[in-house]
Design a protein around this ligand. Sequence first.
Ligand SMILES: Nc1ncnc2c1ncn2[C@@H]1O[C@H](COP(=O)(O)OP(=O)(O)O)[C@@H](O)[C@H]1O
Ligand SMILES: [Mg+2]
Length: 261
Amino acid sequence: MTVPQLEVRDVTVRFAGLTALDEVSFTVTPGTTHALIGPNGAGKSTCFNVLSGLYRPASGTVRLGDTDLTRLAPHRIAALGVARTFQNIVTTEGTVADNLMLGRHVLSRAGFAASALHLPRAVREQREHLARAREIAELAGLAGHFDSPVALLSYGDRKRVELARALCLEPRVLLLDEPVAGMNAAERVRMAEVIQHVRTELGLSVVLVEHDMGLVMRLADEVTVLDFGRRIAHGTPDEVRRDPEVLRAYLGTAAGEEDAA
Ligand SMILES: Nc1ncnc2c1ncn2[C@@H]1O[C@H](COP(=O)(O)OP(=O)(O)O)[C@@H](O)[C@H]1O
Ligand SMILES: [Mg+2]
């Protein structure tokens, strides 16, 4: 798998008079973890929504390698290898296997009609998808839970089902929206390990929106800091942590607060 660079260039998003993103630029180097941080209302979620095709910017571009993603529909962007997790868990029904197989359907060439008719090729494909889904479950630390109903899993495990479901798209860029929100300390450590493991094993790029500064400092290679829609700092976690603009932006707010959406 070759992982192209993800390039966000001068992206501006406006909502009825409010500029949620103001000419924001950053580049995600292939195979690295890039964190997007900033106080509440800084524009982080808006940025994710642009990257995954839910919002169209007023101006600016998003490119994955040579491909312009800026005005593509969400399913096209997903098919090109940009997968995301959502902050709030949507997965409550079926087994882990069921949920991961839903993630695989986007990739299924045989299609539903052929599967329903049990054509040999469709049966073989289905078997391959199931084997891959099992591997991904193991990567995400869910070995032993593959056939368990999601509703019976712990919160931490369910968050990792959500991660595994995104990985079933075989993404080249994985967008993680507050992956440890609502987790206890042990679950956070486990999730951090899994994110690192997955990135190393699959060689993909990760874009991380996260309020837990400890996690950001541990996982990120590069950090982009937003405040009121503007990029106020960019650099390694150590550079950003010492940046006076960043300290100022976080001072008036509760840095590290966890209830933010
Ligand atoms: N769909 C929307 N309609 C109107 N305003 C929005 C919408 N989405 C976000 N905003 C506003 O844009 C700004 C940035 O929001 P958001 O991207 O959610 O920030 P963050 O995720 O960094 O907390 C906020 O002022 C928010 O109220
Ligand atoms: Mg948000």
